[in-house]
Write a new protein. Structure first.
Lengths: 486, 94
C-alpha cells in the first residue's frame, strides 16, 4: 500500500513497528502533494520545511519512547485554525498576510500529540459556503471528479484527506461544513457536540454554532483525533466542562438493541434518488446488525434553513466587525482619507461577495425595526427545533438519514444563486441550531462515481453512540476502502 | 419589495461597507429573494416560546480574577498595518 493510501491507524502502526519513519512518511506525502495539488488545490499554504523538522523531532521522540498519540503523522489543517508562525487566511483576502501570534487550543493539542503540519487547507471565505467557490484564492476540486465541487466550507480539508495529502485532519462545522464536504469526498466527518472542542483560536463565523471536529478516512480514526482535541479550555467560556470519555472503547459496542430514528422530513421531494437508495441500503445494513429502525418526525425541519440564515449571518455581522484595518489584516489607507474611509475601503476590498452578502443580511436582521421579526423570531424557532430533537431522543438513541440532498454538484453550477447554494445544508444545519453531534460516513457512490454519505445524529455528548454506529457500519461495508482515481 | 435600494445603502453604511452601484443593485435583488424565503418563519405561531441563543444551558463560567500573561507588545504589533513599536497608528480621526 502506498503511504498516501494509509489510514491514521495504519500509519501509526507502521511508525510504531519502525517499518517507516515520520520523515519518510512526510516526504511521501509531500511528493503526493506535488502530484495532486495542481489538480485538487486543497492547500492555500504549504510548510514543507517545518513539516520535515517536526517529522525529525517526532522520530527522535519515538526513539526515546515519548511518542504522543499522533506522533509523526503528517496532515494539513483547515485555514480557519490559528497556527502560530504559519499564515492563517481563513480563505479571505482580508487576512492574506495574517500570521497568528498563537496556536488555537486544538492546534496546540495536536502538536503536543506529535502531528506533523504539512500546511493549511483551502475553504470558503470565513467558512461561509458549501463548495469552496467562495474562497478568495480559487476553489478546490473534488478528487473523485475534478469538475465537481468538494463541498464546503471545509472542502479543502475533505479533498486533502480523500486525495491522501493529509492522513487525518480537522475541519469546522457551523451549518454542515464538516459533514457535507466529507459526504461529497467519501471520507468521515464528525461535528461534535457544541462546546466539546474549544473554539479558542478558531476564527469566528457564528459563535453559537461553530464547532471543530475530525475529518478522517475511518470512524476509528475520527475517534482517535477527537480524543486528542476534545476537552475543557478555560480560554473558551463556552467549552464544555463534561469529562471526556475513552472514545475508542465505543468502537466495538455494535448496534444491537439500539433504536435508530428515521425522520420522515429527511426523505422528501427534492432528495436525489441515488442518495435515497444508498442511505436506505445503509440503514438496512444497520438493521441486519441488530439495530431497530423507528420512524420519527422532526416537524420543524422545514423552518431550520430560514432560522439558520438569520442567526448565522447576524452573529457573523457582529464577529466580522473586527476586520477594520487597524490591528491586523488588509488596511487600505489613502492620502488625505480619514478613519471612516479606511474602514470602508479595507472591508469592501478585503471581503468577497458572499461574506458581504451575509454581513448585509445579518446587519439588516439586527437593525432597529427588524430585530423582532427576524432575529427574535429565529431564536424562538430555534427552540422549537431543539424541542423536536429532545422529543425524538425520548424514543430513539440516534437518528440516521442523508447528509446532503444530492451528490456533489458541478463547479460553477450554483455560484450565481445563493438561495440554491444554501439548500445544500438543509439536512445538516438543524443539528448546529440544536448543538447536537453529527457524523457523515461514506455509504456508497452515484452512477457517476460520486460519493454519498450517511448522517448519524445523537443527543448532546453522545459522541460514543455515533462512533459505535459508524464503526459497526464500516465493519460491515467497504466504501471507506475505496480511493479516488487520482 | 422586502428591502429597497435606500435600505440597502443604509445597512451598508451601518456595516461599514462601500458598495459599487452594480453590487448594490445585485444585493438588493438577492436580499429580496432571501428575505422572501425567510417569510416562512412568520407562518409559525411562536407566542410564548422562549428564544434559544445558545443550544447548551451553560451559565456563568467563572474563574479567579487573577492577572495572567498575555501577548507582549512585539507579538501584538507584529501584524499591525502601521505602528511605532508601542501603539497601532491609524489615520487622523479629528
Amino acid at each position: 500500500m502506498e503511504p498516501h493510501e494509509l489510514t491514521l491507524a495504519q500509519a501509526l502502526e507502521l511508525l510504531a513497528k519502525k517499518e517507516v519513519s515520520s520523515v519518510e512518511l512526510t516526504q511521501a506525502l509531500l511528493a503526493r502533494m506535488e502530484a495532486t495539488e495542481p489538480s485538487v488545490n486543497a492547500y492555500l499554504t504549504t510548510t514543507p520545511e517545518l513539516a520535515l523538522e517536526q517529522a525529525q523531532a517526532a522520530d527522535q521522540a519515538r526513539a526515546k519512547g515519548e511518542a504522543g498519540p499522533l506522533c509523526g503523522v503528517p496532515a494539513g489543517l483547515k485555514d480557519v485554525l490559528c497556527t502560530q508562525g504559519v499564515r492563517t487566511t481563513c480563505g479571505s483576502k482580508i487576512l492574506e498576510n495574517f500570521v497568528p501570534p498563537f496556536d488555537a487550543f486544538l492546534v496546540a493539542r495536536l502538536k503536543q500529540a506529535g502531528m506533523v503540519l504539512l500546511g493549511k487547507h483551502n475553504m470558503d471565505e470565513f467558512a461561509m459556503g458549501s463548495s469552496t467557490e467562495n474562497s478568495g484564492f480559487g476553489p478546490s476540486h473534488n478528487p473523485w471528479d475534478l469538475d465537481a465541487i468538494p463541498g464546503g466550507s471545509s472542502g479543502g480539508t475533505a479533498a486533502s484527506v480523500a486525495a491522501g495529502t493529509s492522513l487525518f485532519s480537522v475541519g469546522t462545522d457551523t451549518g454542515g461544513s464538516i459533514r457535507q464536504p466529507a459526504s461529497h469526498c467519501g471520507v468521515v466527518g464528525m461535528k461534535p457536540t457544541y462546546g466539546r472542542v474549544s473554539r479558542f483560536g478558531l476564527v469566528a463565523f457564528a459563535s453559537s454554532l461553530d464547532q471543530a471536529g475530525p475529518i478522517t478516512r475511518t470512524v476509528a480514526d475520527a475517534a482517535a483525533v477527537l480524543q486528542v482535541i476534545a476537552g475543557h479550555d478555560p480560554a473558551d467560556s463556552t467549552s464544555a466542562p463534561q469529562p471526556v470519555p475513552d472514545y475508542s472503547a465505543a468502537l466495538g459496542r455494535g448496534v444491537k438493541g439500539l433504536k435508530l430514528g428515521v425522520p420522515a422530513e429527511f426523505f422528501v421531494e427534492g432528495l436525489d434518488q441515488e442518495v435515497e437508495q444508498s442511505v436506505k441500503a445503509a440503514m438496512a445494513v444497520l438493521e441486519q446488525q441488530g439495530a431497530e429502525l423507528v420512524p420519527i418526525s422532526l416537524p420543524h425541519t422545514d423552518y431550520a434553513l430560514a432560522a439558520y440564515y438569520i442567526i448565522a449571518p447576524a452573529e457573523a455581522s457582529s464577529n466580522l466587525a473586527r476586520y477594520d484595518g487597524v490591528k491586523y489584516g488588509m488596511s487600505v489607507r489613502r492620502e488625505e482619507a480619514g478613519l471612516l474611509d479606511m474602514y470602508l475601503d479595507s472591508r469592501s476590498q478585503g471581503f468577497g461577495d458572499e461574506v458581504i452578502r451575509r454581513i448585509m443580511l445579518g446587519t439588516y436582521a439586527l437593525s432597529a425595526g427588524y430585530y423582532d421579526a427576524y432575529y427574535g423570531k429565529a431564536g424562538q424557532v430555534r427552540t422549537l427545533i431543539r424541542r423536536d430533537f429532545d422529543q425524538a431522543f425520548e424514543q430513539v438513541d440516534a437518528i440516521v438519514g442523508p447528509v446532503t440532498p444530492s451528490p456533489a454538484f458541478g463547479l460553477g453550477q450554483k455560484v450565481d444563486d445563493p438561495l440554491q447554494m444554501y439548500l445544500s445544508d438543509v439536512f445538516t444545519l438543524s443539528t448546529n441550531l440544536a448543538g447536537l453531534p453529527g457524523m457523515s460516513v461514506p455509504c456508497g457512490f452515484s452512477a457517476k462515481g460520486l460519493p454519498i454519505g450517511l448522517q448519524i445524529i445523537a443527543p448532546h455528548f453522545a459522541e460514543e453512540t455515533i462512533l459505535a454506529v459508524g464503526a459497526a457500519y464500516q465493519e460491515a461495508t467497504d466504501h471507506h476502502h475505496k480511493r479516488p482515481p487520482l | 419589495m422586502k428591502i429597497t435600494a435606500e435600505e440597502v445603502a443604509h445597512v451598508a453604511a451601518l456595516a461599514r461597507l462601500r458598495l459599487s452601484d452594480q453590487m448594490s443593485a445585485k444585493l438588493t435583488e438577492q436580499l429580496n429573494d432571501i428575505l422572501t424565503a425567510m417569510d416562512k418563519l412568520a407562518q409559525l405561531d411562536t407566542s410564548g416560546v422562549p428564544s434559544t441563543n445558545h443550544a447548551l444551558e451553560l451559565t456563568g463560567a467563572m474563574r479567579p480574577d487573577q492577572a495572567r500573561p498575555g501577548l507582549d507588545h512585539q507579538r501584538a504589533l507584529a501584524n499591525a498595518p502601521d505602528s511605532d513599536g508601542q501603539s497601532f497608528i491609524v489615520p487622523k480621526v479629528i
